[in-house]
Design a binder for this molecule. Sequence first.
Ligand SMILES: [Zn+2]
Length: 45
Amino acid sequence: MVTYKCFKCGKQISSKNLEKRFACPNCNSKVFYKPRKHITKVKAE
Ligand SMILES: [Zn+2]
């Protein structure tokens, strides 16, 4: 199972959830990233 992470609130969302509706259930954001071995870390402060 693939788990995505919401770019906005950081909530983890399974790909199954995104099949129904491609939006974060927590903040409604539509920007996600896949936490994988090659990750570009961006810190916004
Ligand atoms: Zn979110």
